[in-house]
Design a binder for this molecule. Structure first.
Ligand code: PLP
Length: 452
């Protein structure tokens, strides 16, 4: 830090402050974790200085032999860890992984058949008429994914996102009574909408998915089945999700981040069947900029760690902790979406406490508990204020928390929320953002969390 501080002290200070903040609070954001020291150290080195557009053994720059080793090692660990036919380690983030996957599906399903029909090797060989016809065909394709308020991700066909503009899109939600995915309803929608891409995966759904059933639905309507396992990749890697709950044997394409439950560096990965592999492999430079070789190296280190028995134990502990955390919250009067969890996250509905998600998130942050507000199904407060708070166990499990520590954490959360009141806005109606936290509660909670 002194080396960094000599150049730009504000950055050294921000790094130090981040460490202090992370040490002084309870990290319950379901998509965050603590990467290991070997992973952290692998991110900052000379690999960062190398340009290596292209793919392993086929680069647009000279001198990429070390990047080839790095990328091949990351891909090998990913293939072995997940039992995938092919792995692509270049995406810079989860969204980039999804974009790479969408492009690869369009290339494989739309572009290649059109090229074959025209007897062309690539799009540059098409005459203007054929190229315009192909562009129109791209624009006609459809995507079916989980809706945002049911727990899906904005890249799964949410209109404001690029995915909602690349594809005609529809969403499946959850059953209003059970709040669970209703596979018969997904099948009905798929038959009606005939998507090119059926996506499963979520950011805020506290339950497991039956990927075998989803693949059956995709096959019935001729869709490519894509799974975005960004949130639960660690539980797949740790062999907690197996059989029908393991996406890799069932999906044509699987995308993930590497920094959430997988506990690696920030980044993305795409796994695919051999059929889709050549299209995914052309992600750089057709979708992605030059690879971040230092980050691919850190992915390789984290993926090597994820192949250990210690990581399997960790993944099981993440889910066990989520279960006991959910029970502890319910015992103290909490309302949870779907009534509980069987993955790594719980979604707390705070509307019964008279709060918006935004108020609850802010009050908890004041008390040193870092969470994020999140919509609940059919949320009357929308995606900004929301009625829920998402809580996840991956990060605190990395810190060694077990059922007892999560029980104390549940007690602190319910104590803070019970002592939070919404502040009435100037309109006379309760404001959706402002809140009062009763005197002494923040100090009390900070002191208790320090004991953990
Ligand atoms: N997919 C899912 C399901 C996610 O939850 C997220 C992150 O929130 C992403 C993709 C995007 O990941 P990133 O922020 O690395 O682009």
């Amino acid at each position: 830090l002194s080396v960094i501080g000599a150049v730009e002290p504000r950055i050294a200070d921000a790094i130090r402050a981040e460490l202090t903040d992370q040490r002084g609070s309870l990290k319950l954001i379901a998509s965050e974790n603590y990467a290991s020291l070997p992973t952290l150290l692998t991110m900052g080195n000379w690999l960062s200085d190398k340009y290596a557009e292209g793919t392993i053994g086929h680069r647009f720059y000279a001198g990429c032999q070390n990047v080839d080793t790095v990328e091949a090692t990351a891909a090998e660990h990913a293939r072995e860890l997940f039992g995938a036919e092919y792995a692509y380690a270049q995406p810079h983030s989860g969204i980039d992984a999804n974009l790479t996957a969408f492009w690869a599906i369009l290339a494989h399903r739309v572009e290649q058949p059109a090229l074959a029909e025209q007897g062309a090797k690539n799009v540059n060989e098409l005459d203007e008429g054929a190229w315009e016809a192909l562009r129109k065909q791209f624009g006609d394709q459809r995507m079916l994914g989980m809706s945002l308020d049911a727990g899906g991700h904005l890249t799964h066909g949410f209109r404001p996102n690029i995915s909602g503009k690349m594809f005609h899109q529809r969403s499946y939600g959850t059953n209003p009574q059970t709040q669970l995915v209703d596979y018969d309803e997904v099948a009905r929608l798929a038959r009606e909408f005939r998507p090119l891409v059926l996506i499963a995966g979520y950011s805020a759904y506290p339950r497991r998915i039956d990927f075998a059933r989803m693949r059956e639905i995709a096959d019935e309507v001729g869709a490519t089945f894509m799974v975005d396992m960004a949130h639960f990749a660690g539980l797949v890697a740790g062999k907690l999700f197996t059989g029908d709950e393991d996406p890799v044997p069932h999906a044509h394409v699987v995308t993930t981040t590497t920094h959430k439950s997988l506990r690696g560096p920030r980044g993305g990965l795409v796994l695919a069947t051999e059929e889709y592999a050549p299209s995914v492999d052309r992600g750089c430079p057709l979708v992605l900029g030059g690879p971040l070789s230092n980050m691919m190296a850190a992915k390789a280190v984290a993926l090597a760690e994820a192949r250990s028995q210690a990581f399997r134990d960790y993944a099981h502990a993440v889910a066990d902790n989520a279960q006991s955390f959910a029970e502890s919250l319910i015992r103290r009067g909490a309302t949870l979406v779907t009534g509980g969890t069987d993955n790594h996250l719980v979604l707390l509905d705070v509307s019964g406490l008279g709060l918006t998600g935004r108020q609850a998130e802010s009050a908890l942050l004041d008390a040193g508990i870092v969470t994020n507000r999140n919509a609940v199904p059919n949320d009357p407060n929308g995606a900004w204020y929301t009625s829920g708070v998402r809580l996840g166990t991956p990060a605190l499990t990395s810190r060694g928390f077990g059922a007892d520590e999560f029980d104390v954490t549940a007690e602190m959360i319910m104590d803070v929320l019970a002592n939070t009141t919404p502040v009435t806005a100037s309109t006379g109606k309760p404001g959706k953002a402002k809140y009062d936290l009763a005197d002494g509660v923040a100090e009390r909670t900070h002191a208790r969390s320090a004991e953990l």
